[in-house]
Design a binder for this molecule. Structure first.
Ligand code: SF4
Length: 67
């Protein structure tokens, strides 16, 4: 099935400054404590738009995604 908003994988490269922006935009996907991590079993495709927005708004451009 061709899924318009498919999102297979999301990860954070080294250099995150734990600003919290990605968690604010997509708390279902990102969790920011002393590090930022992608939650286990996060429904990535359901939040593809929010993930893309987080990628654009991350101040240090460390969010990567494979769609
Ligand atoms: S937006 Fe970028 S710098 Fe900010 S917490 Fe998320 S990954 Fe880290």
């Amino acid at each position: 099935m061709d899924h318009k908003n498919s999102m297979k994988k999301v990860w954070i490269k080294p250099g995150c400054i734990t600003c919290g922006t990605c968690e604010f935009i997509a708390p279902e996907v990102f969790e920011v404590t002393d590090i930022c991590r992608v939650k286990d079993d996060a429904p990535l495709s359901d939040y593809a738009a929010e993930i893309k927005q987080s990628i654009r708004q991350c101040p240090v451009s460390v969010i990567e995604a494979e769609d």
